[in-house]
Design a protein around this ligand. Sequence first.
Ligand code: NAD
Length: 487
Amino acid sequence: MSYPRLQNFIDGAPMANASGDVFDVINPATDEVIYQVEVADEHIQQAAIDSAKAGFAQWSAMQPIERARILHKAVALLRERNDELAKIEVLDTGKPWQEAECVDVVTGADAIEYFASLAPTVVGQQQEVAGDFYYTRKEALGVCAGIGAWNYPLQIACWKSAPALAAGNAMIFKPSEETPKGANMLAEIFIEAGVPAGVFNVVHGAAEVGQWLTTHSEIEKVSFTGEVGTGKKVMQSAASNLKDVTMELGGKSPLLVFDDADISEAVSAAMLGNFYTQGEVCTNCTRVFVQRGVYEQFMSELLERTQKNIIAGDPLDPEVNLGALISKKHQQLVLEYIDKGKQEGATVAIGGHALTPTSAPQGYFVAPTVFTDCDDNMTICREEIFGPVMSVLVFDDEQEVIERANNTPMGLAAGVMSQDLRRAHRVIHQLEAGICWINAYGASPAEMPVGGYKLSGIGRENGLEAINQYLQTKSVYVGMNQLESPF
Ligand code: NAD
């Protein structure tokens, strides 16, 4: 059987590999191969480096405002092609169309728009020192690598390329091998918008292609999104030539629901933070701590809404709000976690099994699952599951819940639901997490820096500071006085 082919995107166009090696991409909602992808072999890898270096020379020499103008064109093209791109994301990831249509492409375009707008605002400093002076220049790093996860493929490609390209760098991007197509589409759009060839190359493959990127001596930086374990490996390899790194890793984030919270809103936050994108979101609040006085009310509304409002099925159906998990293997892993939860004594309040919706009977679905009678030491309360599995824990007082919430090696996100203004801020300031929400959950505008504390990451994406992570400072000292020398 022959399938459509996706090639590596190098130097402004798709490029055939020499080895002929390919891998399959499967639609998680149908269990069918939808296309095949050529692996980035040595021939591709060399071409990617050569063209990225040439692209960098041209792009970094352009005025920032020229780069901005071109990137804004790419933003317009992304928005124009929203539906076509959103459909690619649905077929690759299994996520619902109703999400992809209004989130994935939109938030990717937003980040490019934001950083394009910032490009011409980058300035150095100057200072007089003893009659002499120095000034600083903010210079691009060179060729950077981006390595993406499979949950928000196009968005991740945009979030990484936006600050990198705005700052004048070239990027070689490797999307997840599960969801490779969106990155090629972005590469095409950049070319159409006028980004020079080689400034954004896409290479395909799994760990070994990622490893190649992280060890190559001519790559100056790696921005990685993925699991904590992979992040550690990436950082180790990146140390080979002291590459700069940005690490966006996993989490086991807490949501704290105080007894003065609006309970319906708290249920919305808990459901959004566990069932959106069928639970495959890094910032998910998989540990929901509920204060004892409102526990009954919270649970009753949570179970009722989970029972009534979740529609699983063909992700392309606009009514569907729960899609398929990324792969059969991942579905099995999530189901194993659910079994472990049961074995360790938690109670399945709802869900706890695979689903076979009639509109997508072969898909890798897992029912939205809520565990009660949980204890902080259970595996389901400690490890990232990355599926629609929520653990509800009960607490009595503020100090206790802060300690329990922080009792994890990860620190990506946290949420507080409370109508007491002072308590909400007091508590959130004590939580060890880089992305926090008060009476909200999951929103992540391009203007807001995001990234993890502890094992959840290094550096930030989005927001003002992210552009600096793709720039280096050159200090230039200028002697205005006669140079004195003892020699
Ligand atoms: P993963 O770590 O398995 O893979 C991520 C990427 O790394 C893939 O492109 C993969 O091919 C590549 N890779 C694998 N081994 C490598 C190696 N040795 N060297 C270099 N690259 C290698 O993660 P995943 O399963 O694709 O994604 C899910 C994970 O991503 C979850 O842990 C989730 O929390 C995390 N995530 C984090 C964020 C964030 O912003 N913090 C966002 C999305 C996903």
